[in-house]
Design a protein around this ligand. Structure first.
Ligand code: GAL
Length: 943
């Protein structure tokens, strides 16, 4: 079973934190991670391919190898991923008439071989890479008009092979189960699979569920029955849009109940490869987003943007642990499925839908039960007819009934082996099991208060001792011990060579089943996927990262969020326990565990962080372009008169598309010069959804605007018209200054070159009865354009406003001449842009993990837009009137947690009253005592 989570390393640009994310995946039972690589980041200019820092594929593979996770690599060339251009470098937009087609292959292949060469040394078993994806959701049927698609696909596969990726399968993630590249012919991949987002991206309706698909198996039989059933992307969360729902609502939509019901529906179809998209979403820092979504890429994923663990991770841990502990699952065939009403006799309730899988080798039965319809959200009670080896067909439970909550699904097993023992049947679910010094321990769970009945095969009539919660009692008959009761807390029953742990679901979630290593590096086998039975169980801590046996000592590492009671279930040869290297005072508990208390260090709970309101700020006006005598002779003259882009200019002689002049991201300043008596101007400005602009004639403010739409198609185009007054005009040269931002480039999901949709001024016209025209237009974009010198933060990090062009956002910038009597809390009283700079120190202990965020406040009355630059990294865009995001976590490594930090805030006031920040605070997203890694240092990047 490949139990994989999606993570885009470039969305966490502090690579020393990758290990933390991957260790959390691993601890939750994932054995694989799936990654996209972003061609636009790796190859910002022709002839250059960089694998630095957040693009460093080999560094990532090494971390995965060290942690023990397998890797599915998805290098595109196109990735979609809600990222700028879908990962295509915008510099290529004008070079290729149709992008995703055969004719562009020479360009695509600048990057594919390099990714392949980087990846080849890390192929399994030398490294963790087990599969390579060609293209992304690439389709032919709906795109018949584009010739050469299949050849393009085949060429990519051939290139991967020629460049050394010879030992691992190629894969394809079909948009729908429509068999694209599953059949013999050009472009066929080794492992075909498909993607699914059953609830779509409707976080506005966070409790609306769709019905479950029962077609997985039929699709699998139709397209690739000889291959494992693979879901290369399955909904793990959802993106959200500017002005839309906060990610807490996306989490609510795709929460632990969704994970429980929808993923178990996948297992009921026998899925053997499942990748949850996203499992850690990260951040769209520095203009990495496509225009439909905002800075956070939290995605409502199991691991939150600030790397804290959500309850969904607990649910996934229960599922992954079960699947890895149940090798028989991979050998199943389907016996039947349906409801009573459909002629099956599994359950006595017409409200229950059952799927019965059977693994013949050990005669193990798996029953997947769920509500027949997702419109029913109330509990259902039922009994289930199951096959058993011992008693033939029986109804369980023998007394009472099984309770299924409204949004719940259960996997119930019969004749289930654990070590040398057999679980005859159980109405509680299995989390995992382990054999420790000849004792078979199994962990079973149900929701608190649910009645369960669990029957375990015994030898004769053994004496049963029950410790812990007395919610469960045992009945002994010859050869069988039956436990029953309403689950609450943790009950531990001991008999024969067995220990049966029955826990309520919340308590079960606090179990960790780390793979026990006997030395720090135990070779390739540490990511061998199955059978993956743990050999210690640890209960209590917020996170257990590793367990190493050193003589009679069990050395554990992990994280705490409070003082915690720890229970270690290990072999009798383990006598002592250390936590993060320090001895733990343990004693043998009545549960049979080694029990101790891990105290939360006061040095961590009392860490203080700066109050931004009471520190020194300096400010500068960032629109010197409005000064009457500004010299723009060095600016780029935008004098192209034609473009190959599908969207042609709507009016005016010159093409004012920023990308045509090498400026692809962020924000721009446009200056149009004219002389004479124009009476006004008509503009058409295009910056992606929810972009903003302000226009000025000479020093006079004309007006501002912002988009607000959020549909998946098209872009926002704002078309203001301004009348000039005589006092605004000058004799001789007049300058119309337009500043605007972009919320990110379009993607090319439908393979129709949508990513070429321009940003800039789509059209313009001076008004006046004498046919008056602009003489010249000029633009200021990011420093250096495509040749931007900052190879670490990369091509998308900054835009082209004054403060960015002079490098005021970079560490070490000398702001001493700036004004000291201003703060962002005072703001400005006129429209325009002011930048504020400050610095502060943090002194967070090495053994603490305290994710920090900058918190602002929405403000529709005085609309403003803010960029937050932290040590030179653009860690977010805030739009006060749209939001929804107002709290912006910045990872350690971008923030220096042990030293100085330089922060620049740009405040763009859109309306005549100006604007100020009513709130700007540093806040803690959590306080953990952590063994994540000894040092996360500030990412080295240019000043
Ligand atoms: C898929 C696509 C991913 C991502 C996802 C939605 O269709 O392959 O790249 O865009 O949708 O988040």
């Amino acid at each position: 079973m490949v139990f994989s989570g999606e993570f885009h390393p470039f969305r966490l640009p502090a690579p020393e934190l990758w290990k933390d994310v991957l260790e959390k995946f691993k601890a939750a039972g994932f054995n694989a991670v799936s990654v996209y690589w972003h061609w636009g980041l790796t190859s910002p200019r022709e002839g250059e391919i960089r694998f630095t820092e957040h693009n460093d594929a080999q560094k990532f593979y090494q971390v995965a190898k060290d942690v023990g996770l397998l890797v599915i690599v998805r290098p595109g060339p196109y990735v979609n991923a809600e990222t700028a251009g879908g990962g295509r470098p915008p510099r290529l937009d004008d070079e290729c008439a149709k992008f995703s087609s055969y004719e562009c292959n020479t360009i695509s292949f600048c990057v594919a071989p390099i990714f392949a060469q980087q990846t080849a040394p890390f192929q399994y078993p030398d490294g963790p890479v087990i599969a390579i994806q060609s293209e992304n959701e690439y389709a032919t049927t709906s795109q018949q008009h584009i010739p050469g698609l299949d050849e393009h696909m085949q060429d990519i596969i051939d290139t991967m092979r020629e460049c050394g990726l010879t030992r691992i399968p190629t894969i394809h993630n079909d948009k729908n189960p429509s068999g694209q590249y599953a059949q013999p012919g050009q472009g066929k991949v080794d492992l075909y699979g498909w993607d699914g987002y059953p609830l779509g991206f409707d976080c506005d309706n966070p409790s609306r569920w769709a019905e479950l698909s029962t077609a997985h198996d039929a699709n699998h039989q139709r397209w690739n029955p000889a291959e494992p059933l693979a879901l290369f992307e399955w909904q793990g969360g959802s993106f959200s849009y500017w002005s839309g729902p906060d990610y807490s609502l996306c989490y609510q939509l795709i929460n632990e109940q969704f994970a429980n019901v929808y993923y178990k529906n996948n297992y009921a179809a026998g899925v053997a490869i499942q990748n949850l998209y996203m499992t850690y979403g990260g951040t769209n820092w520095g203009n990495l987003h496509t225009h439909t979504l905002y800075s956070s890429h939290d995605y409502g994923a199991a691991l939150r943007e600030d790397r804290t663990i959500s309850p969904k991770m607990d649910e996934l841990k229960l599922q992954a642990s079960f699947l890895h502990a149940s090798p028989d699952y991979l050998l199943v065939g389907r016996i039947g499925n349906g409801t009573v009403g459909q002629g099956t006799a599994y359950s006595d309730s017409p409200d229950i839908y059952t799927t019965h899988l059977h693994a013949p080798q050990n005669d193990v039965n798996f029953y997947f039960v769920r509500q027949k319809t997702n419109t029913k959200t109330t509990d259902t009670s039922f009994t289930l007819r199951v096959n058993t080896t011992l008693e033939g067909t029986i109804s369980i439970p023998k007394s009472g009934s099984i309770a299924l909550a409204g949004r719940e699904s259960k996997i119930l097993v019969t004749n289930y082996p654990f070590g040398s023992s057999i679980l005859h049947y159980s109405t509680a679910e299995v989390m995992t099991w382990a054999t420790l010094d000849g004792v078979d321990i199994i962990v079973l769970y149900a929701l608190e208060g649910q009645h369960v009945e669990i029957a375990v095969v015994a030898s004769g009539r053994p004496k049963v001792a029950i410790a812990g919660s007395r919610a469960i009692s045992a009945t002994t008959t010859n050869g069988l011990i039956t436990f029953s009761g309403s689950v609450s807390g943790i009950s531990v029953a001991t008999f024969d060579n067995k220990r049966v742990i029955v826990a309520d679901k919340k308590s079960a979630s606090s179990f960790w089943a780390p793979r026990l290593s006997t030395s720090s590096a135990d070779g390739v086998s540490h990511y061998a996927p199955t059978p993956d039975v743990p050999s210690v169980l640890v209960h209590g801590p917020y996170l257990v990262r590793s367990a190493t046996k050193r003589g009679q000592t069990l050395a554990l590492t992990g994280d705490l969020n409070a003082t915690t009671t720890i229970q270690v279930f290990a072999g009798v040869d383990i006598r002592s326990v250390t936590w993060g290297g320090a001895p733990v005072n343990v004693r043998r508990s009545e549960l049979g565990s080694l029990q101790g208390v891990l105290s939360f260090p006061r040095s961590i709970s009392t860490v203080e962080i700066p109050n931004l309101q009471s520190i020194q700020w300096r400010c500068a006006d960032s629109l010197p372009e409005l000064e009457p005598n500004l010299d723009d002779t060095d600016w780029v003259v935008t004098n192209k008169t034609s473009t190959t882009r599908p969207q042609q200019p709507s009016a005016g002689k010159f093409v004012l598309y920023s990308s045509e002049y090498g400026f692809h991201a962020g924000q721009w300043v446009w200056r149009g010069h004219f002389s004479g008596n124009a009476t006004g101007v008509q503009l058409s400005i295009q910056g992606g959804f929810s972009f903003g602009y302000s226009a000025f004639l000479n020093t006079h403010f004309l007006g501002s605007g912002q988009g607000s739409s959020h549909s998946q198609d098209g872009v926002d185009i704002l078309s203001p018209s301004f009348n000039f007054t005589q006092d605004q005009l000058r004799d001789g040269d007049n300058v119309l200054t337009v500043i605007h931002d972009s919320t990110g480039m379009n993607q090319d999901y439908n393979i129709n070159d949508e990513h070429k949709t321009p940003r800039g001024i789509r059209g313009y016209q001076l008004l006046g009865d004498n046919g008056i025209e602009f003489d010249t237009w000029k633009v200021a974009g990011n420093f250096g354009g495509e040749n931007a010198p900052d190879a670490i933060r990369g091509p998308y990090n900054e835009g082209g406003w004054w403060f960015e062009r002079v490098g005021a956002h970079l560490p070490g910038f000398d702001a001493s001449p700036w004004n000291t009597s201003c703060t962002p809390y005072q703001g400005r009283s006129t429209p325009g842009v002011t930048v504020y700079r400050t610095s502060f120190s943090l002194n967070i202990p090495h053994d603490a993990d305290i994710p920090l965020a900058f918190d602002l406040e929405l403000d529709k009355i005085q609309p403003h837009r803010v960029l937050i630059y932290v040590n030179g990294w653009q860690f977010r865009r805030f739009i006060s009137s749209l939001g929804p995001q107002a709290s912006f976590p910045v990872p350690e490594g971008i923030l220096n947690h042990r030293g100085n930090n330089e922060v620049l805030i740009s405040l763009w006031a859109l309306n005549s009253g100006g604007a100020r920040l009513t709130k700007l605070e540093l806040s803690k997203r959590g306080t953990f005592s952590s063994s994540k890694t000894a040092t996360v240092s500030l990412v080295k990047a240019p000043n």
